[in-house]
Design a protein around this ligand. Structure first.
Ligand SMILES: Nc1nc2c(c(=O)[nH]1)N[C@H]1C(S)=C(S)[C@@H](COP(=O)(O)OP(=O)(O)OC[C@H]3O[C@@H](n4cnc5c(=O)[nH]c(N)nc54)[C@H](O)[C@@H]3O)O[C@H]1N2
Ligand SMILES: Nc1nc2c(c(=O)[nH]1)N[C@H]1C(S)=C(S)[C@@H](COP(=O)(O)OP(=O)(O)OC[C@H]3O[C@@H](n4cnc5c(=O)[nH]c(N)nc54)[C@H](O)[C@@H]3O)O[C@H]1N2
Ligand code: SF4
Ligand SMILES: [Mo]
Length: 762
């Protein structure tokens, strides 16, 4: 259906140099300012950046890393990527009716994601009528009526699905799930299905709550911080400042990653003199180059060594904690006592000395934090791996005390808040009971479709309407070709989106694109200045208020869009006070306070400088709201992912110049890449074995259930990593990820371990 999405990107200037030695520093500041002033213009950039992440300002649209306490903030409390995220949203480039008149959908389909994003903000609602070649303007009222007409025509509400990306505010998310449930379905797939679903599932089962157990102060006071499957220098840059503080307070840092990511090795803090002129702070004390997917085995080996030491009488476990707060220790201990160490070596690719060094770090520390992200969650064994992380944390009593805990580092700025507000296809019964009691509706109880199930349902003709609150479903999801074709089966696709992306071009018979206000913009819905609330990765909730004039007068807030759609669909006399909530978001927050646990007095709590932190029973009081009433040790089988001769294990990851499917630029500074994205990083010896040399062009081919999937024309780059592993950028490589290559249990796409071969271009 679609052409390869990079035809208009000139990568002829692609240059490959050595990876950087350190992250951030003054280059980071320069790049940030270039992006900001270049796209926003100097006056807007000045207003935006001085309000970014400040107590009276707006929350960064980038990642979910928390802000320091109100007294500890710098004047510039953001990173290079935060500035890029703001610039991308507050750009002065606009996509209006002239643009759509000039470019047919067919034409736009041949453009790259990079080009589409660079065209600027969408400034008015547009529709693609059945059979039409171009999007054309449509009035908001008519757009809502069109969606409502489609929804009301369905004989079954489950024939519609409502996707969410993790930028939606708590207020927007709350009214959105309320609308979807009032309409009659739990079909609420979200980006979390592709992100930390595995973490949430494993944590809920083992500690009783699907969120991390640490605060920023815990990071600052830890003795040992293990950063695994995560590239904070690029994806959570201000985490480096927190690691630097921890380091200064005496912490040791272990990085577990197939790649030596410069960000975890050394940090030049641009806010400190030594970060500007000196060599910066050495961060990782130990780098553990684990083979892709080897973390479960590594943590079982750590567990085995700790149990063995404990059996010898060494004081390396917290037996009081184990006895008082957990169940299942003996079963787990027996399981790791009989660990197959040969399987560990094959799975991890690590020698005994390296594993022993990791064990030594755990033995020495009395306050350990384990942080992780997509390198852990996007694997077939992801849920088991997170459970193994929890096992080791529990064995040493590292949950619910200062300076210790488990820390899944979230992606999108409000992805955690969206879940707290009920965006979930598998909502707990108590949440629905609370919603129903508050609004006198009857929410459906049957579980809805997650992201992959939504694609399958579209493919198989079981869905007629696909609605997305933000995001870029088509590019972010696995198996791009399958998703693009599946979308064509829908009668209606609707995207609430600030920027044009490929999801708008793989459309249903009718398609709408509805442009919302961005977070950096003033929201005057209902004739007053509204503010919103968000929750970060450490459960801290605070308010956000955009300082900039909106890109267009025609934009509407996401709350407005959802409430207006609810009124059009459910009728003006529906029991839920849609209009009141739309006119004053305080009304939404009053309801959140009554429905969502821990939000009692929400408005006042959010009003405190810096906001408030939601309750987390394991963190706050070592209470574990699991089925068993205690924290649970859970043994998992160790399966070694074997790769057939002549193949590599490919991970799909982010460059330094993108935010998910939004491509900011073509450089990956820390990894030495300039001017291109179609690269594949391979170990030099693997290249040699394949008869390839630096600079050769290859197709990447994955084979799954007998079907070949292929992406074309990637430049090979020799890059240090464990033998047999490779890496290439997402979303260019998403066509390689089979739709049913999923994490067991969480059904998260396993996009960090794809078996591929390199086909030489001849
Ligand atoms: N600038 C910027 N910031 C972002 C984003 C962005 O695109 N750009 N995206 C946001 C979102 S939504 C998310 S979810 C986060 C993602 O944050 P990350 O998880 O840091 O993102 P990835 O680029 O996918 O990096 C995965 C890291 O895990 C390592 N890894 C891969 N497989 C394995 C493995 O099997 N074991 C181990 N130990 N390591 C492995 C990779 O080498 C890489 O360092 O970032 C958020 N922040
Ligand atoms: N192969 C592979 N696939 C992956 C991943 C991977 O590591 N490898 N990572 C996965 C992860 S962790 C995630 S989170 C998903 C991301 O999946 P998504 O969240 O769906 O994708 P994004 O690229 O973040 O969405 C970008 C789009 O959001 C819209 N947007 C931006 N700001 C706003 C706003 O304020 N409001 C609204 N309404 N729209 C806005 C813009 O139109 C923009 O084009 O991708 C997943 N896919
Ligand atoms: S660390 Fe994340 S939230 Fe903070 S400024 Fe950077 S991108 Fe924004
Ligand atoms: Mo994510």
């Amino acid at each position: 259906m679609a052409k390869p999405p990079s035809d208009d990107v000139d990568e002829s200037g692609l240059r490959v140099g050595p990876p950087a030695e350190a992250a951030a520093g003054v280059t980071g500041v320069r790049v940030a300012l270039e992006h900001a002033t270049g796209q926003m213009g100097v006056p807007r950039a000045a207003v935006a950046l001085t309000k970014l992440n400040q107590v009276d300002g707006f929350d960064c649209q980038g990642c979910a890393w928390p802000d320091p306490g109100p007294g500890d903030r710098h004047h510039a409390e953001f990173c290079e990527n935060g500035a890029k995220a703001v610039a991308e949203e507050a750009t002065q480039a606009h996509v209006g009716r002239d643009f759509f008149a000039e470019h047919s959908v067919e034409d736009l389909r041949g453009r790259s994601e990079y080009w589409l994003g660079k065209q600027g903000r969408i400034v008015e609602p547009v529709v693609l009528r059945p059979g039409a070649s171009h999007y054309e303007p449509i009035e908001w009222g008519e757009a809502f009526a069109l969606v409502a007409e489609h929804l009301k025509a369905l004989d079954d509400p489950h024939r519609a699905a409502f996707y969410t990306s993790g930028k939606a505010s708590n207020e927007a998310a709350f009214v959105y799930q309320l609308f979807v449930r009032s309409f009659g379905t739990n079909n609420l797939p979200d980006c979390s299905n592709m992100c930390h679903e595995s973490s949430g599932d494993a944590l809920r089962e083992t500690i009783g709550i699907g969120k991390g157990s640490v605060t920023l102060e815990d990071i600052h006071s830890a003795e040992l911080i293990v950063v695994m499957g995560q590239n904070p220098g690029t994806n959570h840059p201000r985490m480096l400042s927190a690691l630097e503080t921890a380091k200064r307070n005496g912490a040791r840092i272990v990085s577990v990653n197939p790649l030596r990511e410069p960000g975890t090795m050394r940090f030049k803090n641009p806010q400190k003199p030594r970060g500007v002129i000196g060599k910066g702070t050495e961060l990782a004390d130990l780098h553990v180059p684990v083979r892709l997917n080897g973390d479960l085995a590594l943590f079982q080996a750590v567990g085995a060594a700790l149990v063995a030491a404990h059996d010898r009488g060494e004081e390396v476990l917290d037996t009081d904690f184990i006895d008082g707060h957990t169940v299942g220790f003996e079963r787990w201990a027996d399981h790791v006592r009989s660990l197959d160490h040969d399987a560990v070596r094959r799975a991890t690719g690590l020698d005994e000395e390296t594993i022993a060094a990791v064990v030594e770090e755990f033995k020495r520390s009395r306050r350990t934090i384990i942080c992780w992200a997509m390198g852990i969650t996007q694997h077939k064994n992801a849920v088991a791996t997170v459970k193994e992380i929890v096992n080791v944390a529990l064995a040493q009593g590292n949950i619910g005390k200062r300076g210790a805990g488990v820390c899944p580092v979230r992606g999108h700025s409000n992805v955690q808040g969206d879940r707290t507000m009920g965006i979930w296809e598998r909502p707990p019964g108590w949440f629905l009971d609370a919603v129903d009691a508050e609004f006198a509706i009857t929410s459906p109880r049957e579980h809805g479709l997650d992201t992959v199930a939504t694609i399958e349902a579209l493919r198989d003709g079981h869905l007629d309407v696909f609605f997305a609150l933000g995001g870029n479903f088509v590019s972010a999801a696995p198996d791009t070709a399958v998703v693009e074709e599946a979308m064509g089966n829908a009668a209606l696709t609707v995207h609430v989106a600030t920027k044009l992306n490929r999801s708008h071009l793989a459309h249903g018979r009718t398609a709408l694109v509805l442009p919302p206000l961005g977070r950096s913009e003033k929201d005057r819905t209902g004739g007053r200045e509204q503010r919103i609330t968000v929750e970060d990765s450490m459960s801290a909730v605070h308010t956000s208020r955009g300082p900039l004039e909106p890109a267009s007068e025609m934009l509407r807030s996401e709350v407005d869009i959802v409430c207006s759609l609810a009124l059009a669909t459910l009728g003006e006399d529906h029991v839920v006070p849609w209009d009141a909530m739309r006119r004053d978001y305080t009304e939404i927050r009053r309801r959140i306070a009554r429905v969502v646990p821990g939000c009692d007095g929400y408005e006042e709590l959010a009003d405190r400088p810096g906001g408030f932190t939601l309750p987390h029973p394991p963190r706050d009081s070592r209470t574990f709201p699991t089925v068993q009433g205690k924290a649970v040790f859970s043994p998992s089988p160790l399966e070694v992912l074997e790769v057939p001769e002549g193949h590599l294990l490919l991970q799909t990851l982010r460059s330094h110049d993108q935010f998910n499917t939004t491509i900011y630029g073509l450089d990956d500074r820390y990894r030495g890449i300039k001017g291109g994205r179609r690269v594949v990083f391979v170990h030099p010896a693997d290249l040699r074995d394949a008869g390839l040399v630096d600079g050769d062009r290859v197709d990447l081919v994955s084979v799954w259930d007998g079907v070949e999937r292929r992406v074309h024309d990637f430049r090979v780059v020799p890059y240090d990593q464990p033998r047999g592993c490779a890496a290439a950028y997402y979303p260019e490589t998403n066509p390689l990820v089979p739709l049913d290559h999923l994490a067991d249990g969480s059904r998260q796409p396993a996009s960090k371990s794809i078996v591929v071969r390199l086909d030489t271009k001849r």
